[in-house]
Design a protein around this ligand. Structure first.
Ligand SMILES: [Mg+2]
Length: 122
């Protein structure tokens, strides 16, 4: 796991949404019901791509005999689909005026409340 960077989820949300607005221009109105549906369906589709790769791994389409190079190719495919999923989810959140930095803080606090022994000692 790499060290966290200073770039926030909010910054990614902002930049992705600006690009999204340009991409959908003339096709969809940003932040409308249709755009929200588009992003939710996009996220579901990309999550399905993640699940399909893992299914293939489980079914051993990729076998137990992957070389470390083959495993790395597979791992990067999974990373790409996870990222695609996150992009759509971030766009969905932005469309719905949800601040993901705050949402993640809330989620982490929920974990620490449920499992207090996991709270870092600071
Ligand atoms: Mg994809």
């Amino acid at each position: 796991m790499t060290e966290p960077t200073m770039r926030t989820l909010t910054a990614y949300q902002h930049d992705l949404f600006e690009a999204h607005e340009k991409i959908i221009s003339g096709v969809l109105e940003p932040s409308t019901k249709e755009d929200i549906i588009f992003c939710a369906l996009g996220a579901a589709g990309e999550a399905g791509e993640v699940a399909n790769l893992i299914k293939k791994m489980w079914r051993e389409d990729y076998g137990n005999t992957l070389s470390s190079g083959e495993w790395e190719v597979f791992r990067l495919k999974v990373a790409e689909e996870i990222t695609d999923t996150m992009v759509y989810l971030m766009l969905l959140a932005t469309n719905m005026n949800i601040n993901l930095d705050q949402s993640m803080e809330d989620a982490l606090e929920k974990v620490y409340t449920r499992w207090p022994e996991t709270r870092p000692k600071r």
